[in-house]
Design a binder for this molecule. Structure first.
Ligand SMILES: *[C@@H]1O[C@H](CO)[C@@H](O)[C@H](O)[C@H]1NC(C)=O
Length: 432
């Protein structure tokens, strides 16, 4: 990781610093001139640093922030990389800014867009919520298909403004977020930082852009919270979140409404239902069940009240990618310009699920067969700290709008995940 960071071009300020001692050798013996010269150089360095370094921009000093501050952006070479990555192959291709591009869904969506000829620029802060080396491996994968991921935080407004200066984005695929339901009790501020402040920071730049991009972003099935009507439909109530994560995603949907209403931004929210697959997130049950079962470690399986079944509408990553592209392709243009609304703009929310909930015990049985390992199961009562007992998507709206139709069942999808898992971690182990 450090070797990667070392390769990033240094800031303009550093180049000036390297040159100045050379000039001094030719200066005279007059100490006053010398002193004046050095004062000017010193002042210059401070000014250059102040104006060019994004680290000088005030950020909330939030102790819960886990991301590494990186300020290695800017300069002609960097801008060239940004421009070339975002350039579509065909004249009417999209130019898409993908936030959270080194994330699970972000990587797959970026690769799919690039494959069909769109231009893609990634943005990711590479925080350590889960093993950053997995994010680096996904980054390397995207790099091979010509996608550049800018390292930076959504809350760095200077960086976002710069990106929109360099590229005229037609679309933003906003997938960066603090994920996870139970982690919200450990680090609540990181949810506010990414899912609320980060979203507002992004929308502020989008609304001011000229032309404004159309935005598709990741909400979550968790907004249904304590809703008991099944299957979950977009018209059901979403005002009873069961976790802070869900509450921040719900807040995001309301914030989207505001920016649509005031500034004419075209906004589409996607409520993802338990996405899984190759290159997935290690904090998800299917992923750490696999890891722990292979290690012979016991796994905790939750059950609802009165031994009730806990089930999830597991959705395979390829189906989610198709849904994301469908949403992008049917997104209408934003109507505002220069921060002013010119007319009503599109505002949508879609469920993206699989429409067939599977009990978690079945998930474990499938993994046992695929891994050829017997799981050491510990049945536990599901704690009331964020998880809901059951999720099931009604996807008829997405079906109607962009022919969204998931085609991968859990058995098939997990087979692909396990194949990836064994290759990825097998190779890593043998490389050590
Ligand atoms: C799914 O939602 C649609 C409205 O989008 C509704 O007409 C339909 O009845 C729902 N299906 C079920 C099984 O609830």
């Amino acid at each position: 990781m450090s070797s990667h960071l070392d390769n990033i071009p240094s800031t303009p300020g550093k180049f000036k610093m390297d040159k100045s001692p050379y000039r001094l050798r030719h200066s005279s013996y007059f100490s006053l001139a010398k002193l004046t010269f050095w004062s000017v150089v010193f002042l210059g360095i401070i000014l250059i640093f102040f104006f060019h370094s994004p680290s000088s921009s005030p950020l909330p000093s939030d102790p819960s922030r886990r991301s590494l501050r990186t300020s290695n952006w800017g300069g002609p070479a960097w801008e060239k990389r940004v421009r070339s990555s975002a350039k579509p192959r065909s004249r009417n291709g999209f130019s898409v800014l993908v936030t959270g591009a080194a994330g699970f869904v972000g990587t797959h969506v970026s690769a799919a867009l690039k494959r069909r000829g769109d231009g893609v620029l990634g943005l990711d802060n590479f925080n350590d919520y889960y093993d950053p080396s997995l994010k680096r491996a996904r980054q390397a994968l995207l790099e091979r298909s010509g996608i550049f991921i800018v390292e930076g935080d959504l809350n760095d407004a200077d960086l976002l403004i710069k990106l929109f200066e360099v590229v005229t984005f037609t679309h933003v695929m906003h997938l960066a977020a603090q994920a996870g339901v139970r982690y919200a009790m450990e680090n609540p501020m990181s949810y506010v930082h990414s899912n609320i402040a980060g979203l507002v920071s992004l929308l502020e730049v989008c609304k001011a852009a000229n032309p404004q991009p159309a935005i598709v972003w990741a909400s979550s099935s968790s907004v249904y919270g304590l809703n008991t009507q099944v299957p979950f439909s977009e018209t059901h109530r979403t005002d009873q979140p069961a976790s802070l994560y869900a509450a921040t995603k719900k807040a995001g949907e309301e914030i989207a409404h505001t920016y649509n209403h005031i500034y004419g931004l075209s906004l589409t929210g996607l409520r993802f239902f338990t996405v899984y697959g190759p290159w997935g997130r290690p904090d998800m049950a299917y992923f750490f069940f696999t890891r722990d079962m292979l290690k012979g470690k016991p796994i905790q399986i939750f059950e609802g009240p009165n031994h009730g079944t806990v089930a999830r509408d597991f959705t395979f990553i390829d189906d989610i990618v198709k849904g994301c592209l469908g949403a992008l392709d049917t997104a209408e243009k934003s109507t505002g310009s220069g921060g002013k609304k010119k007319g009503p703009a599109q505002l949508r929310v879609f469920n993206l699920g699989n429409t067939s909930p599977v009990p978690v015990s079945d998930l474990v049985s499938i993994l046992e067969r695929l891994l050829k390992v017997k799981a050491k199961k510990m049945i536990m009562k599901m704690p009331r700290n964020g998880d809901v007992q059951f999720t099931h998507a009604n996807i008829s709206y997405a079906q109607r709008e962009f022919e969204y139709k998931p085609t991968t069942d859990l058995q098939t999808g997990l087979k692909k995940f396990v194949r990836w898992y064994l290759t990825y971690y097998g190779e890593k182990k043998s490389a050590v």
